[in-house]
Write a protein that binds this ligand. Structure first.
Ligand SMILES: NC(=O)c1ccc[n+]([C@@H]2O[C@H](COP(=O)([O-])OP(=O)(O)OC[C@H]3O[C@@H](n4cnc5c(N)ncnc54)[C@H](O)[C@@H]3O)[C@@H](O)[C@H]2O)c1
Ligand SMILES: [Zn+2]
Length: 349
């Protein structure tokens, strides 16, 4: 059987600050270890929004046009020529990271900390690493995770951010029977609530500035929701484990105040670079453990299994879906965290 292979397709490309385009891009001949993947869905992430709105995400500044997108799922059109990777027709999720070889020291079992690690849809390095908000993408076998039969592509579109949440909760250790507080209930915070629920946290309190994210947090398992300005109520949570997922120093202050003596605060929200005012004194006198959390490693396989067996429930996190023709509208909606949770692009023609 011979099929005609694609040579180009539409993609979402950030050209600079405020300049986002949906345009046809050529599809290169895949390398030996690359499969051609027909992308089905892509979730819009904060970093995608930053490249569009600011021409940069933190320290990563656009120096050339960048195909956005790292939260992607699709179906193999052509298996990698070297025989690695899933066969044509297999639905897959994607691990977007490529750890860099090098001689800088980092813990061997934590490749997410590898210096020089590249990530799909990132301008951290030059030349940039194109993402896969495109109808077709060439992706190396090691990134591809076949989906179990009972996990549909649309649900699997949350695999990447859910893996971020899973890793953050894992950083806190065993949460079974514990009181957990989640500051910031955007997609990452809501997915964190879902992971905490699955992991057996006894009481989960979610905080946000807006009603919509709190509705979503409640729908995925928060027992109590609080507004970000309810300082006394947040402090009274007295949580064993706090996950900071707002990415604001105000949120980090709430996280520290809401933690119990000897408790753990996992910081997954990315604060802006540079010095930050932080309410840190309580962390000393309460002997809090402050833990960073960055991306994830093989947790992606646990997330896929948990989504497939139904033990991880995340459906309410997706609030909108747009086809590619309305891609720019999708970014406008995703920008407004008071109104939207995770916004999906549907790349299927
Ligand atoms: N560490 C990592 O590996 C990693 C990976 C992905 C995303 N992130 C970061 O995680 C954070 C959350 O991501 P997201 O996609 O959910 O973003 P988001 O912007 O959609 O969600 C943040 C939420 O926090 C709320 N918020 C803001 N200030 C608050 C405060 N003081 N108290 C309570 N809530 C507050 C906002 O209303 C919003 O709903 C971002 O900072 C993002 O950059 C980190
Ligand atoms: Zn993301």
């Amino acid at each position: 059987m011979s099929i005609t292979l694609p040579t180009s397709g539409p993609a979402v490309v950030a050209h600079g600050k405020g300049d986002l385009r949906i345009e046809d891009i050529p599809l290169a001949t895949p390398a030996e270890d690359e499969s051609i993947v027909e992308i089905a869905y892509g979730g819009i992430c904060g970093s995608d929004l930053h490249y569009w709105l600011h021409g940069a995400a933190g320290e990563s500044v656009l120096k050339e046009p960048l195909v956005l997108g790292h939260e992607i799922v699709g179906v193999i059109v052509q298996q990698a020529a070297d025989g690695t990777g899933p066969a044509a027709g297999t639905p897959v999720a994607v691990h977007p990271a490529t750890p860099a070889p090098g001689d800088v020291r980092y813990p061997e079992d934590r490749p997410n900390l590898s210096p020089g690690c590249t990530y799909l849809g990132s301008a951290a390095r030059y030349p940039h690493t194109d993402g896969a908000f495109s109808r077709y993408a060439n992706l190396p076998s090691r990134m591809l995770r076949p989906l179990p039969e009972n996990l549909d592509l649309r649900t699997a579109a949350l695999v990447e951010p859910a893996s971020v949440a899973w890793h953050a909760v894992a950083r806190a250790g065993n949460v079974q029977g514990k009181t957990a507080l989640v500051i910031g209930s955007g997609p990452i915070g809501a997915l964190t609530v879902a992971v905490l629920k699955r992991a057996g946290a006894a009481r989960i309190v979610a905080v946000d500035m807006h009603d919509k994210p709190l509705e979503i947090a409640q729908a995925v398992g928060a027992d109590v929701v609080l507004k970000g300005d309810e300082a006394e109520a947040i402090a009274a949570v007295d949580a064993d484990v706090v996950i900071e997922s707002s990415g604001s120093h105000y949120g980090l202050a709430s996280a520290i105040k809401g933690a119990t003596r000897g408790g753990k605060v996992v910081m997954v929200g990315l604060l802006p670079s540079g010095p930050q005012p932080v309410f840190i004194s309580l962390a000393i006198t309460r002997e809090l453990e402050l833990l960073g959390s960055f991306r994830f490693n093989d947790e992606i396989d646990e997330v896929i299994a948990a989504l497939a067996d139904g033990s991880l429930f995340v459906d309410p996190v997706v609030t909108h879906e747009f086809d590619l023709a309305h891609g720019l509208e999708a970014f406008e909606v995703a920008k407004n965290s008071a109104e939207s949770g995770k916004v999906l692009l549907n790349f299927q023609p």
